[in-house]
Design a protein around this ligand. Sequence first.
Ligand code: MG
Ligand code: MG
Length: 269
Amino acid sequence: MIHLKSPEEIEAIAKAGAIIARLFKVLEPRIKPGVTTQMLDLVVDDYVLSHKGASPAFKGLYGFPGSACISINEEVVHGIPSRERVLAEGDIVSIDIGVKLNGWCADSSFTFPVGEVSSEVAQLLSVTRASLDAAVDAARPGNHVGDIGAAVMGAVEGSGLFIIRDLVGHGLGRDVHEEPQVPNIGKPGYGPVLEPGMVLALEPMLAAGTDRIQTLDDRWTVVTEDRSPSSHYEHTVAVTEDGPKILTWGGFWAAEGVPDGAPVGTTIG
Ligand code: MG
Ligand code: MG
């Protein structure tokens, strides 16, 4: 069953989303060679818990041990923060964060370059971001869930990159995961109709060399089968009469003087 949210409930989710948006700005200058993923996870944990009523929504979710999912290079999602994992020049790192604030969840991910990355990796990042923009734009009343997947496909077409098909976006609200599932592939006009009050986590995941994935022996980390790099951007988005509204970005960044193009984000979450 799809839970529709009132404007007040959407605002409550946006408040959780604003914490994530600001947290990405806190994280950005800390993303550099030599930093461990455990250090980044501690920043996430401290920052979220510094807000009254807020908690990291992924911690303990299905037993996940970290506060954020932090995935390097060929890791698509669900990387476990570790003091053994050290960022190196030229890496990319995806940080996926869920925040629950006063009972309402938001979910967002951003893939950061570590120092200078190759032109191929830079293209992977920019096409994934563009595919998220296209997905958000398709989240309009009267469209169907399939229109979102079709929009992602359209943005990726011709790039030579691959859409990870076995992982999907989702509804969210009181829970991190609610109906409907939102695949990153689709046909216009297929799937559930989008209605005002739906809140969706849209989260395209792309890879350079394959659409096939594996889960490592840690039972969490999802990697590309060919170990080619993968990128993941995610926003929590409300479907409204006025069109899509990004709840993990909104006007909050603009209000704080964050420049255009600054990183904001997107799967336990
Ligand atoms: Mg998600
Ligand atoms: Mg997520």
